[in-house]
Design a protein around this ligand. Structure first.
Ligand code: ISJ
Length: 184
C-alpha cells in the first residue's frame, strides 16, 4: 500500500537532543554511538556526498520549512547570538532511494546572509553541502555528537552537528540520523 507523504513521515520530527563535544564523550553515556551509526556520526567532508554514495537510485532534498525564526536558547548560546535575534532556519529531509534517511536543521544567523551568503536563503531543494563545500570561504569546525530523546520509534536517536565559519560569521548544521540509515 502506498502511504501519503504525511503518513510516511509521521513522527519523524526532531526530538530534544543533548550535545557532546566528541563521540568519545557521548559514548560514555550511550555506547550505541560506537555501533553501526559510527560511520555516519564521524564521516568527514560533505555529508550529502557520503549519502549520495550510498544511494542506488538517487538522492534528493525535501524542504520541510525555511524562513526567519527564533533559534532555540541552546542554539543561540552555541552561536553566540543575542537572545531573541531571528535567524534563517532551514529544516530538510535528506532522502536516499526515495526514503528520508536524515533530518537536518541549519541555523543561519543574519550576518551570514551577506555577500555570496545571500544564496543561503534561496537554496530550496539544492543541498546546502554543495554550496558550503564548493565555497572555500566556509571552514567547518569540529563535529559534535548528539544523543536524542525520541518520543516514538520513528524519531532519530543519534545526531551530529558542526559550525561552519566564514571569518567572524558562523552557521550551524545539525544532522539527525533516522534509524533506517544504519539499522539494516
Ligand atoms: C552540510 C551539508 O549539507 C547537507 C545538506 C543540507 C541541506 O540541504 O539543508 C543539510 C545538511 C547537510 O547534511 C553537507 O553535505 O555536509
Amino acid at each position: 500500500m502506498l502511504l501519503k507523504d504525511s503518513e510516511q513521515t509521521f513522527g519523524q520530527s526532531i526530538p530534544p537532543t543533548t550535545w557532546y563535544r566528541s563521540l568519545a564523550a557521548a559514548g560514555l553515556r550511550c555506547p550505541d554511538v560506537h555501533g553501526s551509526a559510527r560511520y555516519w556520526l564521524t564521516v568527514e567532508g560533505s555529508f550529502t556526498r557520503a549519502l549520495q554514495q550510498e544511494c542506488r537510485e538517487g538522492f534528493h532534498v525535501e524542504v520541510v520549512r525555511e524562513g526567519f525564526a527564533l533559534p532555540s536558547a541552546e542554539e543561540a548560546r552555541r552561536l553566540a547570538l543575542p537572545p531573541r535575534q531571528l535567524a534563517w532556519i532551514r529544516e530538510v529531509r535528506l532522502c536516499g532511494d526515495g526514503q528520508p534517511w536524515v533530518l537536518a536543521r541549519t541555523v543561519i544567523p543574519q550576518n551570514c546572509l551577506t555577500g555570496h551568503g545571500k544564496r543561503l536563503s534561496g537554496l530550496g531543494s539544492k543541498p546546502l553541502g554543495a554550496y558550503l563545500f564548493s565555497n572555500p570561504e566556509w571552514q567547518r569546525g569540529p563535529l559534535e555528537t548528539g544523543l536524542c530523546q525520541p518520543a516514538n520509534p520513528a524519531q532519530p536517536q543519534l545526531a551530529r552537528r558542526s559550525l561552519f565559519h566564514r571569518g567572524p560569521d558562523a552557521l550551524m548544521v545539525a544532522e539527525y540520523l533516522l534509524p533506517i540509515l544504519y539499522q539494516h
